[in-house]
Ligand binder design. Structure first.
Ligand code: ADP
Ligand code: GLC
Length: 470
């Protein structure tokens, strides 16, 4: 089976969050399982682009509305990722430093999708499946079925995976001419509440729709940023498949970013060495339990209540807990965290920015990982924490609910709470500080969680079933 993943991100080529991790790993494990999986994504100006050798695969010319553009498809020469990776270069539009955040993102990702299908329409054979990820690629199923120039490709099965339903790619009808000549009777498929809604269109037109956990799939019918009714209506073709993690990248026995390697056997000693190094770097006291947060500083992650929660938790525990935060996002949250550094020196520190290497050191060196997310379709941080023996403290939502069992239960190994509130976070920190004294219980939890299987090997087959049914 030949599967073409189309995505805005793919680690290590370009990553802004978990989408990059998933698209950088799933195809590799699909190839290992005997299928042919490939990834096609925009060509941004990233380090990976300059550090590797590329061959030109195809040059084409097509249009976005009245604008005719040339595009080039390049392929990494050595197959070093374990799958073929193709980048689409549209000069001036895609070849920028950042992945998202430009005023013309609608034009960028619509042109990207058109280039992808224009290129595939020039192949001598047809792939079996086109697997789209999030709204940036969600117009492709419509284009294959209802755009006159591409309808001959309609036999290719399409799957849309929703990693984040909050963002839908809304565009006004004034941009409807961006979509290649389409059957005007099908206007209703593009529309949701007066706008063109690419994510809604993808849900309507893809043969199968998946989300990255079962609980998130269930939640979307109640809370989907306006698409609740659509998810209820289309529930027959929707399925939740929990993400896996890439053990080649996330493994404390081999992770080259760590100060010291460790396994289940020596997790206590191994984590201690990593913690000491981390605490020394950030000037926090290593004898106290260390809590970390890694992620986008946005409302979805409840980052707005982090500063007050941390202050309150430090007070309530009489300074018996240390916090280290890595992230970037809302400038007011960034500012509040920065300004706590002096007053809370010794028990608090923060790095504002994106730092892949530091994130690995933090998963290894921390005692607890905090994720109070309001919305969390799957969440990879808690899965990495489990793998590194770091106790997850999570709100009961989406994928967090599906992967962490509170320590109050039989064989529980985490700390769970219901509300994204200062009260619930502080109460959870108090529980953590208390259990931290019980070294035997902590050791049991760390060893138990490290052995839970969240590998992609055990997940790829579920996607295969979806492709077969598509
Ligand atoms: P989301 O995709 O919603 O941001 P996930 O939990 O699925 O959340 O994935 C987040 C990924 O991004 C993880 O690999 C995490 O380690 C990484 N990450 C997030 N913020 C940072 C940061 N500031 N520096 C380094 N890695 C980060
Ligand atoms: C999204 C979600 C996150 C999920 C990731 C990968 O960014 O916010 O919960 O883990 O995609 O699927």
């Amino acid at each position: 089976m030949e599967i073409i993943h189309v995505s805005a991100e793919c680690y290590p080529v370009a990553k802004a969050g978990g989408l990059g991790d998933v698209v950088g790993a799933l195809p590799k494990y699909q190839c290992k399982a005997g299928d042919i999986a490939k990834v096609v994504m925009p060509m941004y100006r990233t380090k990976f682009l300059y550090d590797n050798e590329w061959s030109v695969e195809f040059k084409g010319n097509t249009n976005l509305g009245n604008w005719f553009f040339d595009y080039t498809v390049i392929k990494e020469k050595s197959n070093k990722l374990g799958f073929d990776i193709y980048l689409i270069d549209i000069h001036g539009l895609l070849d920028r430093q950042k992945i998202y955040g430009y005023d013309d993102d609608t034009d960028r990702f619509t042109a990207f999708q058109i280039a992808v299908i224009h290129w595939i329409s020039n192949w001598e054979h047809r792939p079996d499946v086109i697997h789209c990820h999030d709204h940036h690629t969600a117009l492709i199923p419509f284009m294959l079925k209802h755009c006159y120039d591409y309808q001959f490709l309609a036999g290719i099965s399409t799957v849309l995976t929703i990693h984040n339903g909050q963002y839908q790619g809304w565009m006004g009808w004034d941009k409807s001419n961006y979509i290649p000549r389409w059957d005007l009777w099908k206007r209703g498929l593009l529309e949701w509440e007066g706008n063109i809604n690419p994510l809604a269109c993808g849900v309507k037109c893809a043969d199968k729709v998946t989300t990255v956990s079962q609980s998130y799939m269930d939640e979307l019918r109640m809370n989907a940023n306006g698409l609740e009714k659509l998810f209820e209506y289309e529930r027959g073709k929707c399925i939740g498949i929990l993400n896996g993690i890439d053990h080649d990248v996330w493994n404390p026995e081999t992770d080259t970013y760590l100060t010291d390697h460790y396994s289940v056997e020596n997790v206590i000693e191994g984590k201690e060495i990593n913690k000491l190094a981390l605490c020394e770097t950030f000037g926090v006291e290593p004898s106290k339990p260390l809590f970390v947060f890694i992620g986008r500083l946005v409302g979805e992650k409840a980052a707005d209540i982090l500063p007050e929660s941390i202050k309150s938790a430090i007070d309530k525990t009489q300074g018996n807990a240390s916090f280290l935060i890595l992230g970037s996002g809302d400038s007011s949250v960034e500012w509040q965290l920065q300004s706590m550094k002096t007053n809370y020196a010794g028990v608090f520190n923060t790095v504002i920015g994106y730092d892949e290497k530091l994130s690995h050191k933090m998963y290894a060196g921390a005692d607890f990982l905090l994720m109070p997310s309001r919305v969390e379709p799957c969440g990879l941080n808690q899965l990495y924490a489990l793998r590194y023996g770091t106790i997850p403290m999570v709100r009961n939502t989406g994928g967090l609910k599906d992967t962490v069992l509170d320590m109050g239960n039989y064989q529980g190994f985490g700390i769970c709470f219901n509300e994204a509130s200062i009260h619930d976070i502080v109460y959870s920190v108090e529980r953590a500080v208390s259990v931290y004294q019980d070294k035997t219980h902590i050791e049991w939890m760390r060893k138990y969680m490290m052995q839970i299987d969240h590998s992609w090997e055990s997940t790829v087959d579920r996607y295969k079933q979806v492709y077969l049914s598509a």
